[in-house]
Structure formats: C-alpha cells, structure tokens
Design a protein around this ligand. Structure first.
Ligand code: URA
Length: 202
C-alpha cells in the first residue's frame, strides 16, 4: 500500500516536472504569442492517449486542451461510450496555439515532438486515438489523407493506433459524426479486448 502511494507520488512529481519543462519551452516561434502552454487533461497514466492538432483560442486562454466546442463534442462521445476522465490523457501535436487556428507547420511539430515523446513515455498508453489529418501526419510521418485511413487500426510495437476525424471537422460537416462515433466505439471495444476497461454492458 505504502509502496503504491509512493509510486503514485513519484509519477505525479515526474509529470509535474515535465509540465514545467513544457512551460519554459521556447523552441519555436509559437512561444511568442501564447498565453499558456497547453499540455494535457485527463489522467497522467491512462490506457488511452487522444492526440489533436494544437490549442485553439479557448485552450490557449485556459491552458487545457479541448475545452472549446470540439472538446465538448469529444467529451459527449467519450461519455456516451463510458470512457471516463480517468481512462484517457488528451494532448496535441503542438502545445502552443498556432495563430488564427492554422495547422502547425512541420518545423513547429518537429520542435514539439521531443515533448510529445516524453509525455507518451510518462503516460504509457496502449491505445492512441489520432484526431484529424494533422495529428495523423505528424504522429505517423505518413501523408495519406485522413479520409483514407480513418477507422483503420494500425498496430505498431505493441500499440494500437486509430486515426479518426477531428471533432472540429465533424462540427463543420455533421454527416461525419457517425464516423467519429463509430471510431470511439472501436476504441472502447479495443480497451475492453485488451482488458484495460471492463466490458460494456449494452
Ligand atoms: N483542437 C485541437 O486540435 N486541439 C485542441 O486542444 C482544441 C481544438
């Protein structure tokens, strides 16, 4: 018991240290205009890592990823499939807001990558949900369009990776909502299959 407690405490301290490294980062030009470095929300250790593109205006203001309209849609879908705050860790390809909500440039994603790698190693997920073409491209280094790859599992080095549409895209084109819904259902099933979450009783 004491050992578990110490272990949790170490994990929290390790993560806190990582966050402070992120907060000091000035590796690319995005640092100049940020209000906050947006690192994560959810659990510091989680079976599921959800990766988006980069913070928008509200995320920049609050320092928390996916708190705007896209985040609300994402939360609705996660809740519907009984994936709880404890089960996921949400972050982005870049931790600072690209001006005008443009996609991160390759050099910005490249400069941010060591931080994402470190974060990944701290969280130790087994399942990764990549939301949108930008997350897919920079995470996998593959330029194939998201429409082609969405909903298809990639199994790599013991990880299960699922590309899907970005919720912002679904908000612009609601006909895609069912695809995102199905993909989150697939993530939920995978987490159960891997015995990382209980079976869903439907
Ligand atoms: N869109 C993203 O890709 N990430 C966020 O954190 C918010 C909106």
């Amino acid at each position: 018991m004491t050992q578990d407690f110490d272990h949790d405490e170490d994990a929290r301290e390790g993560f806190q240290h990582f966050v402070s490294v992120c907060q000091r980062c000035r590796a690319c030009d995005l640092a100049a205009n940020r209000q906050n470095v947006v690192v994560w929300r959810g659990n510091i250790k989680a079976p599921l890592m959800i990766i988006g593109e980069g913070p928008g205006a509200e995320e920049d203001e609050q320092g928390i990823p996916f708190v705007g309209r896209s985040g609300q849609l994402l939360d609705q879908l996660l809740t519907a499939w009984e994936i709880r705050e404890d089960d996921f860790h949400i972050c982005n390809i870049v931790k600072c807001r690209p001006p005008g909500n443009r996609a991160p440039k390759p050099e910005e994603a490249e400069k941010c990558r060591p931080l994402l790698t470190r974060q990944f190693n701290l969280v130790r997920p087994r399942v990764i949900l990549l939301m949108g073409g930008t997350a897919y491209k920079y995470f996998t280094h593959d330029d194939t369009g998201i429409t082609k790859v969405r909903g298809r599992w990639i199994q790599k080095a013991g990880y299960w990776i699922l590309p899907t549409f970005h919720p912002a895209y679904v908000l612009r084109d609601p006909r895609r909502k069912n695809d995102l819904w199905q993909d989150i259902a697939a993530v939920r099933r995978k987490l159960s299959e891997l015995k990382l979450l209980p079976e869903l009783i439907t």
